[in-house]
Write a protein that binds this ligand. Structure first.
Ligand code: ZN
Length: 232
């Protein structure tokens, strides 16, 4: 499987009052891999990044597809527009074209790193993360992977609320580039809102990061156990 810590390098992702998304999601991602190594060592983990480096968005699914990975888990932190500090909680996204309201905003923000790449116009062939027409490009759904993606997403949100003490905002759909381009079940996890002062403090706390990572680990472990039983 592939663990994809969001952003990195010149792409900070979103910002809280002091924390940068790229700096919060990396330690959580590394901890998930540590748990997997310790308690589910048969699950092989590949990282898209293990340090603070910039990776072009299209490379993330390419890394996973080249490795013929069986699962893609992208880890991010969320933000509200200024003036909405009260919103907090976790969300786990699967690929989808029902981009209503906030889900569209999250898709737009997480896709927008493309604009930092010089040759994005050729590379993404007219894909404009700032345009609502982006939805048209996502009409072909990954039907084959959708069911398993949703099962993992539900595991993650359940673990967050029942075992890690987070407020789950549920499983959602959005047209996210990295999910659309991975040829395997894939989810994008938003571990909390950096624009909520309490949650920002939590996400910067090593113990909370550990709870979040262990919740993601258990969700992945349970997912692979489920896949194994349905295959046999
Ligand atoms: Zn992000």
């Amino acid at each position: 499987m592939v663990i994809d810590p969001g952003h990195g390098g010149k792409d900070s992702g979103t910002m809280g009052s002091k924390l940068k998304e790229k700096d919060v999601v990396l330690p959580v991602s590394l901890k998930v891999a540590e748990y997997l190594k310790q308690y589910a060592s048969d699950i092989e983990v590949i990282f898209t990044r293990k340090d603070d480096r910039f990776i072009e968005l299209d490379q993330r699914p390419i890394i996973a597809n080249k490795a013929e990975a069986d699962l893609f888990v992208s880890i991010h932190a969320n933000a509200m527009p200024p003036g909405n500090p009260g919103v907090y909680g976790t969300e786990t996204y699967v690929m989808g074209t029902k981009n209503e309201g906030r889900n569209f905003e999250v898709g737009k923000r997480e896709n927008s790193v493309i604009l930092l790449e010089e040759d994005y116009k050729e590379k993404y062939q007219g894909f404009d993360p700032e345009s609502p027409e982006v939805n048209i490009m996502f009409e072909i759904m990954q039907e084959a992977y959708q069911e398993n993606s949703i099962i993992l997403a539900q595991n993650v949100e359940e673990q967050f609320s029942k075992r890690a003490g987070r407020k789950s905002r549920g499983v959602k759909q959005s047209s996210l580039w990295v999910l659309w381009n991975t040829a395997m079940p894939s989810v994008l996890i938003e571990i909390g809102y950096l624009t909520n002062p309490d949650e920002e403090r939590d996400l910067g706390n090593e113990q909370v990061q550990d709870y979040i990572a262990s919740a993601i680990f258990r969700a992945i472990r349970d997912y692979f156990e489920y896949v194994k039983t349905t295959e046999n």
